[in-house]
Design a protein around this ligand. Structure first.
Ligand SMILES: Nc1ncnc2c1ncn2[C@@H]1O[C@H](COP(=O)(O)OP(=O)(O)O)[C@@H](O)[C@H]1O
Ligand SMILES: CC(=O)OP(=O)(O)O
Ligand SMILES: [Mg+2]
Length: 425
């Protein structure tokens, strides 16, 4: 860090179904001043969680699951900015929005960039060009970047990429079995996403296990509106389930995940036509629109909320919800099996994270049951109690089991703030 006059770090995270937001004071080693999320952006109703803290860490204000009207990412962002503006005053340590030194933006697709970039016109243009490769994310995050660039004139905007954490994956893993010339010309390869979350998980899991991150061998599952798995060997990503775009791999709230690529031509006769959902900034074919926005849990159960799906599946005998639940358990457990092999049988822990991974006790139970042949066993009582815990890492391993099972309350906002402290901008 250089400019010590200013002291605030603003972190913004446009997920596919949420906008998350945090404000830190780096002078005091990133203590949190404010944090919040508007969830349910793909659902009928949106809910706000918000907390602000005093200098001693005590809570000043706490709002849980308050219904708000923010059906789009941009409205959610404006809601937060108004809230931030209204927090000015000495008690909350915010004198002026001019004190925001850096605004950190989670940008899902960063191409092959291995590290964060300060956003100037040329970087902004480069990222616009990648929008088609993350249709539920990049453009929405860039709209927020544009708002920050025009409203927070004295703030540096920095892009942190979800894809960066996977840039050490080896060529045989990231190359697709199609023409090498075409791949090179169009930069087609596995990129992988949720990297800020996996970086946070890796450092927190290593600290919890009291080992150096370079000794960490784990299978990590980030299960949210977008879901992915990652094999982490010696602290580094060696494989991950998302690919060229965040569509590959596990199904999500509105995403199909991996399917036979021929399927889409049978689903729709004109799938390569441009979808009406295309915009000036982003081209989207009918095929991409169907597989990204009209598939996944929404298409099978009518809801994107996996909490509701779980309740209906297990306690109300809803057939389609049961099918969705079983499909997810099947797909997730297949990745655990693959990554067990990728880690040569040396994984020491299975880690659950993301909205579903952190809150879905039943899903965790069913996944662990499906992979129990590998030696994973959980404590049912601890698994149930986990949702009440505020600990960053919560262990749910059954006593005496050889392999650990952890829940990490992942925090992409905090990961960005941590990275600000460790670099020069
Ligand atoms: N109690 C619960 N059980 C299972 N899933 C839940 C529960 N509560 C919330 N979820 C799910 O978490 C998902 C959101 O995850 P999150 O990682 O926060 O989203 P995003 O992908 O937008 O970052 C939603 O699908 C939501 O249904
Ligand atoms: C990459 C991705 O799918 O992110 P999210 O889960 O936040 O939508
Ligand atoms: Mg997310």
């Amino acid at each position: 860090m250089t400019d010590m006059q200013k002291k605030l770090i603003l972190c913004l995270n446009a997920g596919s179904s949420s906008v998350k937001f945090a404000l830190f004071n780096y002078e005091a080693g990133t203590p949190l001043l404010l944090e919040g999320a508007i969830n349910g952006i793909t659902a009928d109703k949106q809910f706000l969680d918000f907390k602000s803290y005093a200098a001693d860490g005590s809570t000043i204000e706490s709002i849980k699951k308050q219904q708000v009207d923010a059906p789009e990412h941009d409205t959610a962002f404006k809601y937060f900015m108004n809230r931030l503006d209204s927090q000015k005053g000495s008690k909350r340590m915010i004198d002026s929005l001019d004190d925001i030194y850096i605004a950190c933006h989670r940008i899902v697709h960063g191409g092959a960039n291995p590290r964060p970039l300060i956003i100037d016109d040329s970087v902004s243009h480069e990222l616009e060009m990648l929008s088609d490769l993350a249709p539920l994310h990049n453009q929405r995050a860039l709209d927020i970047v544009h708002s920050c660039r025009s409203h927070l004139e004295n703030t540096k905007n920095v892009a942190f990429f979800d894809s960066s954490f996977h840039m050490k994956i080896e060529r045989a893993v990231y190359t697709f079995p199609i023409s090498l010339d075409v791949q090179k010309r169009h930069q087609l390869r596995k990129y992988g996403f949720h990297g800020l979350s996996y970086a946070f998980i890796a450092s927190e899991a290593a600290a919890y296990l009291q080992i150096d991150q370079s000794e960490l061998n784990i299978i990590a599952l980030h299960l949210g509106s977008g879901a992915s798995a990652c094999a982490i060997a010696n602290g580094v990503s060696v494989n991950t389930s998302m690919g060229l775009t965040p569509l590959e791999g596990l199904p999500g709230a509105t995403r199909s995940g991996s399917i036979d690529p021929s399927l889409i031509f049978h689903y729709h006769s004109d799938s390569s036509r441009l979808s009406t959902a295309s915009s000036k900034e982003m081209k989207l074919t009918v095929a991409e629109d169907i597989l990204n926005k009209q598939s996944g849990w929404q298409s099978i159960t009518g809801t994107t909320d996996f909490g509701i799906i779980t309740k209906r599946a297990l306690y109300e005998n809803d057939e389609n919800c049961k099918l969705a639940f079983d499909m997810f358990v099947n797909r997730v457990s297949m990745y655990v099996g693959q990554y067990w092999v990728a880690l040569k049988g040396k994984a020491t822990a299975l880690v659950f994270a993301g909205g579903i991974g952190e809150r879905g006790a039943e899903l965790r139970g069913a996944v662990v049951d499906a992979v129990s042949c590998l030696g994973f066993e959980l404590d049912e009582q601890l698994n149930k109690e986990a949702s009440k815990s505020e600990e960053t890492v919560f262990e749910i391993t059954k006593e005496g089991a050889r392999l650990k099972i952890l829940i990490v309350h992942t925090d992409e906002q905090k990961q960005m703030a941590k990275e600000v402290l460790s670099r020069e901008f």
